[in-house]
Write a protein of this length. Structure first.
Ligand code: DPP
Ligand code: ZN
Length: 855
């Protein structure tokens, strides 16, 4: 398949001045009439002579094509696989109107790209290249135009982007004055109910807000609406960004490949990121809903008003918007807790990606299928890079640069070079070395060694950086690394508050003078750079940092390292660190600390994290031994600290009605962390009691997972099904937790039995991901030595691929770590990947993923 390359980007030769669309909606035959007014482009016919008109389209039944009202002579038309080219000879050089009439079939659209039906609701998904499934168009983000859209549909609610300009029985017309690329187009038609509110912007304009849901779901949409208002206020207060239309609509649909989509004025969401009630959603769901509502809203400026010149620049909008939603959540909830959660997520998904065959830079320079680049690297590492930039230029420099970015690029399609230039112009810094973070893949290894000169009272820290090879990038020059450091005296007082060291060389020394005694170094505070830190440090010093560090991230990290080292040692036949179990006791006794922080500190690293660490140390992880070691450590902790865990469990019961706020959510998290440990020694008794008494889904799900682990969940699962059988989102949880929490020796069989059920609605991406993702997240179960996990998983990828290539391709990443494991497991995975590769008609999406993973 052909590759698209950044180096081949050329400006579009024509300027699209306006887009008019008229839809006549019907399930099998929707007609789309488009009228596109083109003028000469900046680099178009005037500058470079006559230019052809190249339009993108896929799966269209073309009924008519005209230029200035005249049918285009077929001799001027040539057709490619997904393009239509009209020869320059047929185009008046001063400008023209292109019109097309096409027919499409939304009912047959199972790929969920373009216009499709989800449970009777017509909706669209056009990012990245879905619009070409709707009509012929320059489907590229740097072609921006105002849209006017008229929709005729036998549906009570008809929505599109922008402001409503007219409506009647069975039709509506919408006008979006803000020039936008086609990927931000959206249309919705269906039987929907609005949960409505209003927002008055900083300049006093009133905006109508609606969250549209299916009849019956209205009582689960209020939290999303409030999150939207908070997001709008926050973006005004922190970034000075005001909303720019009279109405903001959000629609929840059940069938959606991604989480949500920022279409101008008409966000379309996966219903799991909108609908929430205490009985159906967990604290984590609430936090995610708030964050994703914010994320999509923030795109209105970072993504929509300023968009990407081409898809290689995806992290320009995604990295920045993730960074902004992380800031928002930090402000709404607990900043230290949010930082730790983000680092866990980064390490669990992005570091994993960066160390395997799918590694790519935040700004890649080639792809076969852009949908395969909506990755943890583009999103989460893209956000980390902005965090580093802010640390390097300071808060004021960041604010100035962002103001300049909005001023200079509003209404345009920009690049990473444009982004870095505003920082250079606003702060006077040279960012050429910093740019490596955008163009190089791989996670740098940062080592630190210490030299102490007691006579001089001088501490020298020596840092060394190297980045391992990644596909296509064997050698990488050093990067700029901001290293936040603090020094703590042996009595526990901080002698040097946080300082940011700027490392630019491959190896570099930093000295600290005037120290009365050798301090303990707290390094990479706040996780100041996305690197893997290696330092010689003993367990006693880690325990000291866990007790005394003033930076919550490095404090947590010290405990994490002790737990990780303990499990690794146990999995290799050794003993847990002597420091770790007593340190857990101190943590349980520290009732003054934030419960959410204590919950994070109490939770053991995942088996996947242990496997990653063993691999990074150059050894081969054994999934069964890792599983056994982690279980044994949990039992040791529970046995040693039984009384303190029971006291914590009791003390963290939250009285009164449920509230999804950070405070009570933190208490519930700590309570469930204690339950998880006690569950190893009480045979599931406490979990069974909690299952009976819990009044919210957070505790219900926690109890259910513990019951599955204790192998006594039969009644609970039956009750949950009886109560929530008709609730898709709750049943997704039901499908997910069973393979996830099952004993590895049964997980693949449990997943296979669930897949036989009539309510395993596998064409629904949420349901498919729940079951397959649940199994893939059961590390020892998925990697079971007999290959049953791999086989089951591949059988289903093969089945889904012709139906929904995007979702299939994403799920292939479960195999990205396969080279870490022993030769027998590697051979089993390779055979499954071969089976995929040899499938006739395999989608371009999946073929690219399989090809890259096989290498
Ligand atoms: N652009 C979307 C988002 O990240 C993904 N389709 O919000
Ligand atoms: Zn986004």
């Amino acid at each position: 398949h052909t590759e698209t390359r950044l180096a081949d980007w050329r400006p579009y030769p024509w300027k699209l001045d306006s887009t008019r669309l008229a839809f006549t909606i019907a399930p099998q035959a929707t007609t789309v009439e488009s009228t596109l007014v083109f003028g000469p482009g900046e680099n178009g016919p005037g500058a470079e002579g006559p230019a052809d008109l190249v339009l993108d389209g896929a799966g269209l039944n073309t009924l008519a094509l005209t230029i200035d009202g005249q049918t285009i002579d077929e001799t001027h038309v040539s057709r490619g696989e997904e393009t239509l080219t009209i020869a320059a000879a047929a185009l008046p050089p001063g400008g023209f109107t292109f019109a097309a009439r096409v027919q499409i079939d939304p009912a047959a659209n199972t790929a969920l790209e373009g216009l499709y039906l989800s449970g009777g609701i017509y909706c669209t998904q056009c990012e990245a290249q879905g619009f070409r499934h709707i009509t012929w168009y320059p489907d590229r983000p740097d072609v921006m135009a105002p849209f006017r859209v008229r929709i005729t549909a036998d549906q009570p609610v008809i929505l599109s982007n922008g402001n409503p300009v007219g409506q009647g029985e069975g039709w509506a017309e919408w006008d979006d004055p803000w020039p936008k690329p086609a990927y931000l187009f959206a249309l919705v038609a269906g039987d929907l109910r609005a949960v409505s509110g209003a927002f008055t912007t900083m300049s006093g304009r009133k905006v109508a807000l609606n969250v549209w849901v299916r009849p019956g779901d209205e009582d689960r949409a209020g939290f999303a609406l409030e999150a939207l208002k908070k997001s709008m206020r926050w973006d005004e207060q922190v970034y000075g960004r005001e909303y720019d239309l009279d109405v903001f609509n959000i629609v929840a649909v059940d069938d959606f490949n991604m989480g949500a989509m920022e279409n101008k004025g008409l966000n379309i969401f996966n219903s799991k990121l909108v609908l929430a009630s205490p009985e159906t959603a967990t604290d984590t769901d609430y936090e995610r809903i708030e964050a994703v509502i914010a994320h999509e809203y923030f795109h209105n400026w970072t993504g929509n008003r300023i968009t990407c010149r081409d898809w290689f620049q995806l992290c320009l909008k995604e990295g920045l918007t993730v960074f902004r939603d992380q800031q928002f959540t930090s402000d709404m909830r607990s900043a230290p807790v949010k930082r730790i959660e983000d680092v866990l997520n980064l390490r669990g998904r992005q570091f994993r990606e960066d160390q395997g065959p799918l590694a790519h830079p935040p700004r890649p320079d080639h792809y076969q299928e852009i949908n395969n680049f909506y990755t943890a690297t583009v999103y989460e590492k893209g956000a980390e890079v902005i965090g580093m930039l802010k640390r390097l230029v300071g808060d004021d420099g960041y604010a100035k640069a962002l103001d300049l970015y909005f001023q200079r690029h509003d209404g345009h399609a920009a690049t990473i070079e444009d982004w870095l230039k505003v920082f250079e112009d606003a702060t006077g810094r040279d960012l050429s070395q910093f740019k490596r973070w955008y163009v190089d893949a791989g996670t740098p290894r940062l080592t630190m060694t210490e030299a102490w000169d007691g006579d001089a009272g001088r501490l020298t820290l020596r840092f060394t950086q190297t980045t391992p090879p990644t596909p296509g990038q064997p050698d990488k020059p050093p990067r700029v690394i901001p290293i936040a450091v603090g020094l703590i005296s042996p009595n526990g007082d901080e002698v040097l508050p946080t300082q940011v060291l700027e490392m630019t060389g491959a190896s570099q020394d930093f000295t600290f003078d005037g120290l009365a005694a050798r301090p303990v170094v707290s390094v990479l505070r706040g996780f100041s750079a996305p690197v893997m830190l290696e330092r010689p440090i003993d367990a006693a010093t880690q325990a000291f940092l866990l007790a005394h560090d003033t930076d919550p991230f490095t404090r947590w990290e010290a405990g994490r390292a002790l737990a990780r080292d303990s499990i690794i040692a146990m999995s290799q036949g050794g003993k847990p660190s002597a420091e770790y179990i007593p340190a857990v006791g101190r943590l349980l006794a520290d009732t003054a600390a934030d419960p959410a922080f204590r919950a994070l500190a109490l939770r053991l690293p995942s088996e996947e994290e242990i496997a990653t660490a063993i691999n990074a140390a150059g050894d081969v992880p054994d999934p069964d031994r890792i599983h056994a070691a982690r279980e044994a450590l949990a039992r040791d902790i529970a046995t040693t600290h039984r009384a303190a865990l029971e006291a914590t469990y009791d003390a963290m019961a939250v009285p009164g009605p449920y509230a999804p706020d950070a405070g009570p959510a933190g208490q519930r998290a700590l309570r469930l962390a204690a339950l998880g440990l006690l569950n190893r020694i009480d045979g599931g008794a406490r979990a069974a009691a909690l299952w009976e008494s819990a009044g919210n889904m957070t505790e219900k799900q926690g109890a259910l997972m513990a019951l599955i682990e204790a192998d006594r969940a039969g009644d609970a699962l039956a009750q949950m099904e009886a109560q929530f059988g008709a609730n898709r989102l709750v049943m997704d949880k039901w499908f997910m937790v069973q393979p996830l929490a099952a004993s590895p020796d049964r997980a693949p069989e449990i997943a296979a039995a669930l897949a036989e059920r009539p309510d395993f609605d596998w064409k629904n991406p949420n349901r498919f991901r729940a079951l397959l993702g649940g199994l893939a997240a059961n590390h020892a179960g998925f990697h079971r030595a007999d290959g049953a996990g791999y086989r089951f998983y591949t059988d289903w990828l093969l089945r889904l691929d012709p139906v929904n290539p995007q979702t299939t391709a994403r799920l292939c990443s479960a195999f990205e770590t396969f080279r870490r494991y022993d030769p027998a497991r590697q051979a089993l995975v390779r055979a499954e990947l071969q089976r995929l590769a040899e499938q006739p008609g395999l989608s371009r999406n999946t073929a690219e993923m399989v090809g890259r993973i096989l290498g």
